[in-house]
Ligand binder design. Structure first.
Ligand code: GLN
Length: 714
């Protein structure tokens, strides 16, 4: 026995290399089987050669043993040429020429499907020759180049024909000639058998290493994209066709047993190579020349069996967990947007916030997981008017997910419920859904970049649905929280100090670092409090900390410390503010201490309320009982069923949403919903960020007086 140290045994590092080295060492002792001699050139091989390679779908290639020794690919080429024909001619045509039924016979069997006038499948020689006839090219050389190109794209490098093996097979391949003539005789091929045999023999004589084979298999595993080059070798839609036929026919009359025990779509060649594919995970390439009675590498079969058993890779084993789709559910009663609200608005959201539900979705969205999500959303929608899906942690979604979500949107719409998306981007996994929503003209009310914006939008809907929306842009000073409790006389004094100011959209009202000498109350429009962060590459990133609407004050910290602004405040739209000079207020405070202490008292009350709220929110985010673990008993409602019933029905979207106010009393909270979280990372809570906002202040700005606010106490 050859006792060579395999090529790279010393280079082995890490647990997978370690495993493969041990596996290689164990199986290298197996000397059963015979090398193929019917192609005389193959008989010259060293029977002890033995290489194993595993390639992952992200391009990591593990190798052990004689992984860089090259040998002829033989029948393994059949899988790739079959894929080529599907891509060139489409399923239907290829199916009319080559079947997909196992023969239960050896690779070189001369049985043909006379009923359907086609060879049984593309993995046996007859079917492979029928496929070879379909390789395109104007000249024999062009067709060979096409074949080599197709195989090379899978390998990620240029592959070549081994001329001596080719000549050897050309000289002795009479059985293959017999098969070709039989097919010509029964109309299964149409061109001269020798031209087809020439291509077929050449595709079998392409030289590869077992590392190449692993990459070629990993390209199947990676939906047709070569993980090393990033180049697409085969359209995604045909991968399942090739793998299905590999699974049922790739190992010939051993395919059933192989599938039962090892469970990986695979293909072998008489030179001693085997490929096996675990879709979405890895490709395996093994090479060892001694063959069993079926013509498969003895060690190759052993290697695949061990890898399958050790790592549980049988393809019919379930690797998915559809239940992990919901990371956490939160109620709008507890989790708020960064929008600072007036006490009245806060009270309203405390009472009605339950009408907003937020679900953090995570992982892959496919039929099973999305169906769970859809079921859960439907349950939540019994009470919630708005369900926000935060898709930030969704890494993959398929057409089933898209389809189910579209059906769900319609289902909810008909029931006056809204599904709102955050982090649904056109280039993300659910990009096509985004595009569809834009096409239907509903994206502006359903799709938000961040979840905070989605939350704020939903809160705004609730607030406008449940409050009297008569002119909310005029405030008398007595209505402002910061001046609450001040008697008429004091308010009159303050009126003399007010500076009405107008800001245009995008204008900076307060800039970070500026001296804080004014504080503001928003009278109309909204403003955003934001931080400018330096990123690693020295560019600037803007982080939105809070937004403030009418009746909310900012910059009042200046009254306490008179320091510098700690953030920017920018006008979102045309904004009207009432500005107060800190200095003037201080002066007034000298003569009228009550004014100053009342304002400070109001500020403190506001701070402590926000702090309490921040704590509640933290508690809600931290406490974790999965809502779906205590499902509510309720009637069976099935958007899935309805969806399938109305599968082809045109979807009816109206771009204008019927506001919740059409039935304001309908669905007030039905008791606290369980919130779930396990190892939640805390987002900056709305309340906590409000504290930021409060710390912000003002600097000199154009004082316009084209606005005359109502200043008298109501
Ligand atoms: N070229 C070989 C033949 O046609 C391929 C057979 C195989 O690898 N199983 O006989």
């Amino acid at each position: 026995m050859d006792t060579r140290v395999p090529d790279n045994i010393l280079a082995s590092v890490g647990p997978i290399d370690h495993y493969l080295t041990a596996l290689h060492g164990r199986i290298a002792g197996v000397t059963d089987g015979e090398i193929a001699t019917y192609i005389p050139e193959l008989a010259k091989v060293d029977p002890e050669l033995f290489g194993i390679a595993i390639a992952t779908v992200d391009g990591k290639v593990y190798t052990v043993g004689d992984s860089s020794y090259s040998f002829t690919i033989q029948s393994i080429s059949k899988a790739f040429v079959y894929g080529y024909t599907l891509a060139e001619y489409g399923r239907d045509y290829v199916l009319s020429r080559i079947g997909v039924e196992p023969t239960g016979e050896a690779f070189n069997s001369i049985i043909l499907d006379e009923v359907h006038k086609r060879p049984f499948n593309p993995m046996v020689n007859a079917g492979a020759m029928a496929a070879a006839e379909l390789i395109k090219g104007d000249t024999p050389e062009a067709r060979i180049a096409t074949m080599l190109g197709a195989l090379s794209r899978f390998a990620g490098r240029s592959l070549h024909v081994d001329e001596s093996v080719l000549r050897s097979e050309q000289a002795t391949g009479h059985r293959n000639r017999a098969i070709a003539y039989m097919m010509l005789n029964s109309g299964m091929i149409h061109s001269p058998p020798e031209t087809i045999l020439d291509i077929y023999f050449r595709q079998c004589s392409v030289r590869v290493t077992c590392a190449d084979l692993a990459v070629m298999a990993a390209t199947f595993a990676n939906d047709g994209v070569n993980p090393l080059t990033g180049e697409r070798a085969l359209a995604r839609e045909y991968i399942q066709d090739v793998l299905t036929v590999m699974n049922s026919c790739g190992m010939y009359n051993y395919a059933g047993q192989w599938s039962y025990e090892i469970g990986m779509p695979a293909k072998s060649g008489v030179a001693g190579g085997i490929i096996a594919v675990i879709p979405g995970q890895i490709g395996i390439g093994v090479f060892s020349p001694r063959l069993d009675a079926h013509g498969h590498s003895v060690r190759g079969v052993r290697v695949c069996r061990e890898i399958s058993e050790t790592f549980g890779l049988h393809v019919f084993r379930n690797h998915t967990n559809s239940g992990a789709i919901i990371r956490r559910e939160l109620s709008g009663a507890v989790v708020r947007s960064k929008r600072m609200r007036t006490p009245k608005e806060r009270a309203l959201l405390d009472e009605r916030g339950e009408l907003i539900s937020l679900i953090e979705v995570q992982g892959g969205m496919f039929f099973g997981s999305t169906e769970r999500l859809v079921r859960r959303i439907d349950a939540l929608a019994a009470d919630a008017e708005f369900v926000i899906l935060d898709l930030r942690r969704v890494h993959d979604a398929d057409q089933a997910a898209r389809r189910l979500l579209l059906d769900l949107i319609e289902w909810l719409h008909e029931r006056d419920r809204r599904l709102i998306f955050a982090h649904l981007s056109p280039d993300g996994p659910l990009g096509p859904l985004h595009i569809e929503l834009i096409a239907r003209g509903v994206a502006d009310q359903m799709v938000f970049e961040h979840r905070d914006q989605a939350l704020e939008w939903c809160e705004n809907q609730l607030i406008s649905a449940f409050t009297d929306t008569s002119d909310r842009t005029k405030f008398s000073l007595g209505q402002l929280d910061i001046f609450a409790g001040l008697p008429r006389d004091d308010l009159r004094i303050l009126e003399g100090l007010v500076r009405p100011m107008v800001f245009e959209p995008g204008q900076t009202i307060v800039a970070e670092g500026d001296e804080a000498n004014l504080f503001f109350v928003v009278a109309r429009g909204t403003v955003t409090v934001q931080l400018r962060l330096k990123t690693e590459n020295d560019s600037e990133r803007i982080v939105r900390v809070a937004s403030l609407g009418p009746g909310v004050s900012f910059g009042e910290m200046a009254l306490l410390d008179g320091g510098h602004r700690s953030a920017d405040v920018v006008a979102d739209d045309r904004v009207v503010c009432y500005g107060f000079s800190v200095e003037e207020l201080r002066e007034v405070g000298q003569s009228h201490p009550r004014i100053f202490t009342t304002i400070l008292g109001n500020m403190m009350r506001d701070f402590s309320e926000r702090l309490r709220r921040a704590n509640d929110e933290i508690r809600a985010l931290r406490s974790s009982r999965a809502a779906q673990r205590r499902p509510k008993k309720r009637r069976m409602r099935a958007p899935m069923a309805a969806a399938s019933a109305s599968a082809s029905a045109a979807m009816r979207f109206s771009s204008a949403w019927r506001p919740a106010s059409t039935s304001p009393k309908r669905s007030i909270s039905s008791g606290a919903r369980a919130n779930m979280s396990s190892n939640a990372t805390l987002p900056i809570s709305s309340a906590a960020t409000s504290l930021w906002a409060i710390a912000v202040a003002v600097r000199r700005m154009p004082v316009k007086s084209d606005i005359s606010p109502t200043m008298s106490p109501a």
